[in-house]
Design a protein around this ligand. Structure first.
Ligand SMILES: Cc1ncc(COP(=O)(O)O)c(C=O)c1O
Ligand SMILES: [Zn+2]
Length: 414
């Protein structure tokens, strides 16, 4: 049975059959899957979710896949929501949670979107899948394609972190390094996607792919005892995760899973070296001015974000705010998170925590309000951002006397 029969234009409402297309022919706005929420409400309950698998697939009723298609699944989702009291104390937030999406199979939230997108790709008969990536998507597409036995082509900016290249190439697909930044890569991929032969997860399959991000909202709400959080801080690149997090909260209420309409303030976090969305929010405009990215947060380095306008609207509609952070602040925030909560985030996580700190300082969170920070990718992938900044405290020869002397020196400073 098809869960999604139609795609609908976000702007003019024209409908299209569910196919590998992503923009409206008339107004060029993005297309969204249309669900029959009435039928879903009759089928989906807190109990049915609880009885489902411990992965994103427990929320299958709100995902755009046909019921009979075998899922391409390496265990995305069902990641820990950690109460972060030590980090909260450091930042002056008394009810803080970390959603640890580094625990996904390829260590970023992109496993959620790719598991959905490749299931849809197979449903539509593609034998080759592809993507334009800032790194994490490349990992996830290559891994899921390997699992599914699909041919894959991932396109990345040639200057990506070494570990992100290794952790993609290992899965055996084709890795195409392109001279230029992500926006160049994306343009090339849009041109190749026009031919219609490959399923580009974030181009022609984008309406389906992006729906996977809703599972972060579903999970956080379930983990908070079916309560939407008061605040969520979301790292932003294309803006898809942020808009879909909000959509996920709204859908849970629409199908009767949550009692109250969501009141969550959705906040955007970007690096100062690439902050087109946060700049628009701060300047009170809803148009995005593209930028040329220059930041260590390469996974968020999209200068011309496809869903930027919608991300700005989602933040403004919910009463959220936007903050941006310098590369120095990103590194400090990665260290703060690791040293208070034992979670090693990639640079995007440093952006989230750095922005969270600034938001707390500006009085965004009232006492007792629940605040969830999305940690969407893992630190080993961007270890080079820390080169020369963390390492051994002391370096000694292996004899006990030397060690004890160093310890006396160390304790003299404590
Ligand atoms: C680790 C990480 N966090 C967040 C994002 C932002 O995702 P979106 O493009 O949906 O805004 C990305 C995008 O690549 C990412 O890699
Ligand atoms: Zn339209």
């Amino acid at each position: 049975m098809a869960r999604v029969e139609k795609l609908e234009c976000r702007e003019c409402g024209r409908t299209y059959e569910a196919a590998p297309i992503y923009v409206c022919d008339f107004c060029f706005a993005p297309l969204e899957p249309v669900y029959d929420y009435g039928t879903i409400a009759g089928r989906m309950s807190r109990e049915s979710i609880k009885a489902g698998p411990e992965s994103i697939w427990r929320y299958v009723d709100l995902l755009p896949v046909d019921s009979e298609t075998p899922r391409i699944d390496i265990g995305a989702g069902f990641t820990p929501l950690l109460k972060a009291d030590r980090l909260g104390k450091a930042l002056g937030i008394d009810n803080l949670y970390i959603k640890n999406d580094t625990a996904n199979p390829t260590h970023s939230f992109k496993d959620r979107v790719v598991s959905v997108a490749l299931t849809v790709a197979r449903q539509m008969g593609f034998d080759t899948v592809a993507c334009a990536s800032t790194g994490n998507l490349a990992n996830a597409v290559a891994a899921h394609a390997a699992r599914a036995g699909l041919r894959s082509f991932v396109f990345i900016p040639a200057n990506l972190e070494q570990n992100k290249i290794v952790t993609t190439a290992i899965y055996g697909g084709n890795v195409i390094a392109v001279d230029g930044n992500y926006d160049h890569v994306n343009k090339l991929c849009s041109e190749i996607a026009q031919k219609g032969e490959w399923g580009f997860v974030n181009v022609n399959l984008r309406p389906f792919y992006s729906e996977g991000s809703k599972t972060l909202a579903f999970e956080v709400t379930e983990q908070l005892g079916w309560q939407a959080p008061d605040h969520v801080v979301v790292p932003v690149a294309s803006g898809s995760l942020l808009t879909k997090f909000r959509k996920g909260l709204e859908e849970l209420h629409k199908v009767g899973i949550t009692d109250a309409a969501p009141h969550t303030k959705v906040h955007a976090a970007q690096a100062l070296g690439c902050s087109p969305v946060v700049t628009a929010i701060k300047s009170g405009v809803d148009t995005i001015r593209p930028v040329r990215p220059d930041t260590i947060a390469k996974s968020l380095a999209i200068g011309n974000p496809a869903d930027g306008y919608y991300a700005v609207s989602a933040v403004n509609d919910t009463g959220g705010m936007g903050e941006d952070v310098t590369d120095e602040e990103i590194v400090s925030a990665i260290r703060l998170l690791a040293s208070t909560e034992g979670v090693f985030a990639e640079t995007a996580g440093g952006v989230t925590i750095g922005a969270l700190k600034k938001m707390a300082e500006s009085g965004a969170f009232k006492p007792g309000e629940s605040v969830v920070a999305l940690i969407t990718g893992m630190g080993l992938k961007t270890a080079e951002a820390l080169t020369g900044r963390v390492g051994p405290n002391v370096h000694i020869s292996g004899d006990l006397e030397k060690f004890e002397e160093e310890m006396r020196l160390l304790s003299a400073y404590e």
